[in-house]
Design a protein around this ligand. Structure first.
Ligand code: BEZ
Length: 241
């Protein structure tokens, strides 16, 4: 870990707050965030540095899964405190030279923000001096179609992100919104979901008698079935009727 230097940084944004606005330059032109993503979900994520191995494996995975995120109306936006020419050279190297875990010829077409001034990364609490004061940590912000932050993840420099989990969280958030339910531990689409609290044992019992697909473990813990195909037909672009 690096020695701490004084760094001015703003308070970290929180779940439920409006995503801080910014304008920046990216590998895909200028960005006006989050305004230009109104009506879409967006995952804003940071990586510590271009031309580093963990980040390379992550970018290749993000790019190869981009279509899966888009299918859930979600755009990807990356950021590091490197400059635009470094970003461009790194992404070109990935495309031309890197073959990793069956991924090759990977073209990153989502925007990668240059943030040499650290203005954006400070707004989003991505520079965490205990870990590094010259690099962003691996932050992930899920921002909904109204521009509200819905989930925040922070990983340290040494740990590459779990991409099944990144997609799972997106689907869980959208499923909770669409079906007015919550999702239990380790939930995956197709598993039972949690319905709002019944209020008492009597109400839970009554509910179970009326609705055969409902299961109450106690008054505060009821689940029901929600199939993967119902979820996908509501949420997934390629499956919508
Ligand atoms: C990496 O992406 O490999 C990395 C970046 C910064 C510090 C440590 C590892």
């Amino acid at each position: 870990m690096e020695e701490n230097r004084e760094l001015q940084y703003t308070p970290m944004p929180k779940i439920g707050e409006k995503a801080p606005s910014f304008k920046a330059v990216t590998t895909q032109g200028d960005i006006n965030f989050p305004e230009q993503y109104k009506g879409k979900w967006v995952i804003l994520f940071s990586h510590p540095a271009d031309f580093t191995p963990v980040c390379t494996s992550e970018f290749m995975t993000f790019a190869s899964m981009e279509k899966e995120f888009k299918d859930y109306n979600c755009e990807l936006v990356g950021l590091s405190v490197d400059g635009l020419y470094s970003h461009i050279a790194w992404l070109r190297t990935i495309k031309e030279k890197i073959e990793y875990k069956g991924m090759k010829d990977i073209e990153v077409t989502f925007p990668l923000i240059e943030d040499i001034t650290m203005e954006v990364s400070n707004k989003y609490g991505m520079v965490q001096p205990g870990e590094s004061n010259t690099k962003a940590v691996r932050a992930v912000f899920y921002i909904d179609p109204k521009g509200i932050i819905r989930t925040i993840l922070y990983y340290p420099l040494s740990t590459g992100r779990n991409f099944d989990e990144l997609l799972r969280i997106l689907i869980a958030l959208q499923t909770a919104d669409e079906f007015d339910i919550a999702t239990p531990a380790d939930w995956r689409p197709g598993d039972d979901v949690i319905v709002p609290t019944a209020g008492s044992c009597g109400v839970a019992k009554e509910r179970m008698e009326k609705k055969k697909d409902l299961k109450c473990y106690d008054w505060f813990f009821c689940t029901k079935k929600l199939t993967k195909s119902v979820i996908e037909s509501k949420l997934k672009r390629s499956k919508k009727k």
